[in-house]
Structure formats: structure tokens, C-alpha cells
Design a protein around this ligand. Structure first.
Ligand code: URA
Length: 246
């Protein structure tokens, strides 16, 4: 949407569009919700090329004990404490992780990319390592594989693999609130430890808790299934590809 291009607030963008100050491919834009393709469309503001905000994509190893919201009334540490100083544009988490969940969290200012990763219709797999309170019987793993009924409806079939002891690997293509914890409760156990290790092709790799790195343009291109080519994925001057630790 044009109001996402860094033109100012949504209200300001609307008033400038209504005043006829924005042109896309030579035509004055009339609809403030007009979708633009930043790679192909030529956008002018007062007849000057619009400086489109660079898109930034980072992969953070969220430690347990950090929340994924920007502000916390209870003053608990947030993921923004971990990236502050390294990135000077506002990034939003792509999907949430619970306070006690650790692992792979993508943060970006590209809302279309985020939507492609989180929209359940795109069936992007999220993989978790789960330590349960009990060693679950094979019948419980089968139930998880087929789908269990939660209070917001049945879950889709999941890929479930037994690891060491009470640890499982679970791969799901939805991202409902506390989904993995509720799935384990549905088979009468409890989650002790929950870590996200993958989203689609993106892996946590060797990043340590609290470390983050910028995604490469190839990773950005391949991460989201129906993505149009994104040419400037890591072009933000504040970002380079080295892992960072707060
Ligand atoms: N499922 C959960 O229960 N919690 C998370 O943080 C992520 C997936």
C-alpha cells in the first residue's frame, strides 16, 4: 500500500494522495489503498522520486524470558532490547513467540513478506523442538500427527518425530496462539521447553541465544513462497550480515 512507503503517517499519506501529490507510473494516484510494487513501479511525490524505506530482514535467536511486543507494562525484557543499536528502523516480529519459547524469530519492516510467511494458506512449515513433561506414547504422537481438537478448532496434520527421551520435533503449518503448548496439553502432557528451529527453509543454525543476523537476499527470496523478486533485501545501511550479540 502506498501509505507503507515511508510517506509519513497513514493519515498524512492519505491527505497527500487526495491532494494529487503522488504519482505512480506517471498517473496521479486517487486511491490511498493503491498497491504498489516497489521493484517495478515508479513512484513520484511532488514530481520527485519517492525515497522508499529500505527493507530489512533479520533472524534473531530469541532467548526464553523475552517478550516479542515493543512495550511491556510489566517491564520485562523485550526482543527490541536485543536489536537496539544495530538497526535504526522499526521492525516487527513475523508471528509471535511466547515469553518462555526460545528460537528463531524473523523481524522485518516488509509487511508483505511477513504476511506470506504467516498466512496459513501458504502452509509455511514452522519446526519446534519440544520437551514434554512425559515420554509420550506412540498413540499420542499419532494423535498429534492426525490433528487434535483445540478450543479454536482442530489442528492440521503435523509432522511429529521422537527425539531423545521426552523431546519431540513437531512441524506445523499454522501459527495459532500457544498452538504447540495446547497440542501437547490435548494429549495430556505439558511443555517444559519449547524452541523454534526453522521457518520454511530458514534455520536457527549456530546463532546463540540473543544473537541475530541479517538475512541474505537469497534467503529472503526463498523464504516466502510466492515472493516476487526482492532486490534490496539487505540494503539498509545499518545492517550487515555478521551475527550480533547485545
Ligand atoms: N507454539 C506455542 O505454543 N508457543 C510458541 O511460542 C510458538 C508456538
Amino acid at each position: 500500500m502506498i501509505s507503507k512507503a515511508g510517506l509519513g503517517s497513514r493519515t498524512q499519506a492519505r491527505s497527500w494522495i487526495h491532494a494529487g501529490r503522488v504519482k505512480v507510473n506517471g498517473k496521479v494516484v486517487e486511491n490511498p489503498d493503491h498497491w504498489i510494487d516497489f521493484d517495478r513501479d515508479r513512484v513520484l511525490f511532488d514530481d520527485k522520486p519517492l525515497q522508499v524505506q529500505a527493507r530489512v530482514y533479520i533472524l534473531l535467536h530469541k532467548p526464553a524470558g523475552y517478550i516479542t511486543t515493543f512495550k511491556d507494562p510489566e517491564k520485562r525484557p523485550t526482543v527490541y532490547d536485543l536489536i537496539r543499536g544495530g538497526i535504526n528502523t522499526f521492525l516487527s516480529p513475523v508471528g509471535r513467540l511466547d515469553l518462555d519459547t526460545s528460537g528463531l524469530l524473523i523481524m522485518t519492516n516488509d509487511t508483505q513478506f511477513a504476511e506470506r510467511l504467516t498466512n496459513p494458506d501458504h502452509k509455511v512449515a514452522k519446526t519446534y523442538r519440544v520437551e514434554c513433561a512425559d515420554i509420550l506414547p506412540e498413540s499420542a504422537l499419532d494423535q498429534l500427527r492426525q490433528g487434535v481438537v483445540l478450543n479454536d478448532g482442530p489442528t492440521r496434520p503435523a509432522v511429529v518425530r521422537r527425539l531423545e527421551g521426552a523431546w519431540l520435533e513437531i512441524r506445523i503449518t499454522e501459527g495459532r496462539n500457544r498452538q504447540v503448548r495446547r497440542m501437547i496439553e490435548a494429549v495430556r502432557s505439558k511443555v517444559i521447553t519449547l524452541e523454534r528451529t526453522r521457518i520454511g527453509r530458514l534455520e536457527i543454525g549456530t546463532l546463540q541465544p540473543g544473537e541475530w543476523r541479517v538475512l541474505t537476499p537469497e534467503e529472503v527470496r526463498e523464504a516466502a513462497p510466492t515472493s516476487s523478486p526482492i532486490r534490496n533485501g539487505t540494503s539498509h545501511p545499518a545492517a550487515d550480515a555478521r551475527p550480533r550479540k547485545k
